[in-house]
Write a protein that binds this ligand. Sequence first.
Ligand code: ADP
Length: 396
Amino acid sequence: MKVLVINCGSSSLKFQLIDSETEQVLAKGLCERIGIDGRLTYSPAGGSKHVFEDPLPNHTVAVSSVLSKLTDPEIGVIGSLAEIGAVGHRIVHGGEKFAKSTLLTEEAIKEIEACSELAPLHNPANIIGIRACQELMPGVPMVGVFDTAFHQTMPPKAFLYSLPYEYYTKYGVRRYGFHGTSHSYVSKRAAEILGKDIKDLKIIVCHLGNGASICAVDGGKSVDTSMGFTPLEGLTMGTRSGGLDPAIIEYIASKENMSLAEVLNVLNKKSGVQGISGVSSDFRDLEAAAKEGNERAKDALDVFTYRVAKFVGYYAAAMNGVDVICFTAGIGENDIAVRAEILSYLGFLGCKLDPEANNVRGEERIISTPDSKVIAMVVPTNEELAIARETVAIVG
Ligand code: ADP
């Protein structure tokens, strides 16, 4: 079956057409600046990248443009839309309602709408994408795959905040966790690569991209993760602060004469390694600056790696042990120095880095020594493939 995977943001839409039998990507691309002007980037497998500057006034036009490229006689990869057997949508927040991927019936879509309060920037955009596909591909089954679903196995001791309990029961204030599709895919893949049953493994997945989170996967189930009520909690990220003393929010609001919303905007968009360094949120820029002697860039890298190492320590304690530590996403897959620095804290667990094996980018590989008690590995994530697999599993 050919599955169209859609990841819809407020002004962007990423897509991949995947053949579920061969698991090959037939075409992929990105619509940007939707509602502003519009740019569509389209790459068929084995072909070159095409950029179209046609206007994209809304998401329906964006989906329609994607479909016309996929079926284009020259650069298309399918003869007609009838070849698309199903659509898989990435959805950010499934609240407590969705512990699994789901067929997008009218009822399910209404429930996702009800979760919008928990993810006001993301879920409404996801629903717009769903509606646009419904309009243009009526009758084609659609599946929602949630970033939060994998973490619904967390026990109350991991998901409850130490707040008055009624905030949880009345408003759903609890830890949900995100990047679940990636944590699930990477942990399963790690077990496959090692030739072991995931039920017998304690795995810590470090998803280190511009957004970053760590997950403790015990026997194939998420038992804790570093993001919480929103993706702001936990690690130091590209531009997000991660965890901090909440009293700072009021203090800065009063010192800088800002509203709470303005301070939260700073915590989301102007903090993290960008905020500390004043250089960039991109680790390549930070490392170049640190090499030239920029102390703040060096501090930003140190804060990032130190906090990742501490979370690995938390989760080793949470699971009473760890067998495998996986690195994934932009930084985890590509940043040799960051991986080495993180693992330099973890010798006490019995994890020994093999520096030569660690000299790798974007490839599945064990990077610990053969006698290391804990295996460290690089496992590139593939959220689109995971969404296509979930979609096929539900549509059949
Ligand atoms: P997201 O999906 O959260 O936007 P990605 O997983 O694509 O993020 O990660 C993007 C980040 O990965 C970049 O901001 C950069 O810091 C880092 N990155 C990408 N390539 C490299 C590289 N070769 N070396 C170091 N860091 C890299």
